[in-house]
Ligand binder design. Structure first.
Ligand code: HEM
Length: 385
């Protein structure tokens, strides 16, 4: 929790800027927004800020800089296929001839995100070297957020037997792979279900307005909501949980290998070496856990249920996976979502470009939304109750 709080200022700066840019590019012009892409740009820039203390620049320009988003998306689509058929990777990316040519520098190019990471590291070469030699300085202000590059570099100092320059670079880049599209997809789902369900949208706005009216949320000029304030809004929480339930970002099973001695699951013996796994899209639609109306978007299910059933529902949520390899960025992404969603809704009236048209989703391991277009209008910020 304390680490999470230290990240809040890093997320804040991107949230503030994102709201300003939404106003500039869309609300002020009436232009239609490719909302899933715009939310993905937000998620990319937050990761840049958290990892290198520098946004990648998407929110500033509203374009896919250096095609990083496209290249990453294509790579993840490739991984979805070779993840299921690993032998294909040996023919394509890990083809021994191709790898030999790469080693000789005859083929291959640097991933644009790797280039970005190397440039950031080079810009801060003196600081990075100092942290490697002496660790993080005692004077570091932990409250204002220490970026992940500094933390990964500090671990080279703290664990030289394990951590190396290459691993620190790989860890930084992994943050972008793991934390951008997932967060963009989860934000898109939360907004989409609200727009498709005007009753829920209005009820959430009533909760936000009432919270501003009674001082639970400070009535800031730019409409932003802090993490601590968002924690006091039960309906917002129910809205986010319900969208996670209906649209977990990962759409294939999260695989685990059974240990050599085998394992008994629900009375069935599974031999060692077997690949097993669960898929959130299946688990989140179990009627015995979530109720008979599992296919319906109904945030109230999180508020009206018995304490025992609520416990089972929470325990069955799988959007971040589970066990020892559960998502390491879970709290960071929750911080982003619980801040951006209420802040954005306070600031703008959002509507679908064509309410009769459902979005399209494609499962490339992450279940991406496409064709989710929306329009925004500036909204009266001050409390109406
Ligand atoms: C809403 C946003 C996110 C979703 C839905 C999500 C989902 C997931 C899932 C399903 C896994 C696999 C867990 C398993 O196999 O049990 C995972 C792993 C991981 N996630 Fe996330 N993630 C999100 C955001 C982030 C962010 C923001 C970061 C980093 C800043 C991040 C870093 C990681 C890492 C490093 C792993 C690998 C953990 C390991 O294998 O030990 N994730 N995430």
């Amino acid at each position: 929790m304390s680490a999470l709080k230290s990240y809040e200022p890093l997320v804040d700066s991107t949230v503030d800027f994102y709201l300003e840019q939404t106003e500039r590019f869309y609300a002020a012009t009436g232009k239609t927004c490719n909302f899933n892409r715009w939310l993905q740009f937000f998620a990319f820039d937050v990761i840049g800020e958290l990892t290198w203390n520098k946004r990648l620049g998407y929110v500033e320009k509203d374009v896919d800089i250096d095609s990083i988003v496209t290249v990453l998306g294509d790579f993840l689509s490739y991984c979805a296929v070779v993840g299921q058929q690993p032998w294909l990777d040996l023919l394509i990316n890990k083809n021994p001839i191709k790898m030999l040519l790469q080693r000789w520098g005859l083929v291959g190019k640097v991933f644009p995100i790797t280039k970005f990471a190397l440039e950031r590291q080079a810009e801060r070469a003196a600081e990075v070297e100092k942290i490697k030699l002496h660790g993080l300085p005692d004077s570091t202000d932990k409250q204002s957020g220490v970026d992940l590059l500094s933390k990964f570099t500090a671990s080279i100092y703290e664990h030289p037997e394990f951590m190396t320059d290459d691993k620190a670079l790989a860890a930084s880049i992994s943050m972008v792979f793991a934390g951008s599209e997932t967060t963009g997809i989860s934000l898109s789902a939360a907004f989409y279900y609200l727009l498709k369900n005007p009753r829920v949208y209005q009820k959430l706005m009533a909760e936000l307005d009432e919270a501003v009216g009674n001082g639970t949320i400070v009535d800031r000029e730019n409409g932003t909501v802090t993490w601590a304030e968002a924690q006091k809004l039960p309906y917002l929480d129910a809205v986010i949980q319900e969208s996670f339930r209906l649209h977990p970002a990962a759409g294939l099973i999260l695989e685990r290998v059974v240990p050599p001695q085998g394992i008994t699951v629900c009375g069935e013996f599974i031999p060692g070496g077997t690949i097993v796994g669960c898929n959130g899209w299946v688990i989140h639609r179990r009627p015995e856990i979530f109720g008979a109306d599992v296919d319906t978007y109904r945030p109230e299910r999180w508020l009206e249920t018995s304490p025992e059933q609520l416990r089972d529902m929470k325990a069955s949520m799988f959007q971040f996976g589970g066990g020892s390899r559960t998502c390491l960025g879970k709290n960071i992404s929750l911080l982003e979502m619980y801040k951006l969603i209420p802040s954005f809704l306070r600031r703008f009236e959002v509507e679908l470009e064509d309410p009769s048209k459902p979005w399209k989703c494609e499962n490339h391991w992450f279940v991406r939304q496409v064709e989710f277009n929306a329009k925004f209008k500036p909204r009266q910020l001050h409390a109406t109750v």
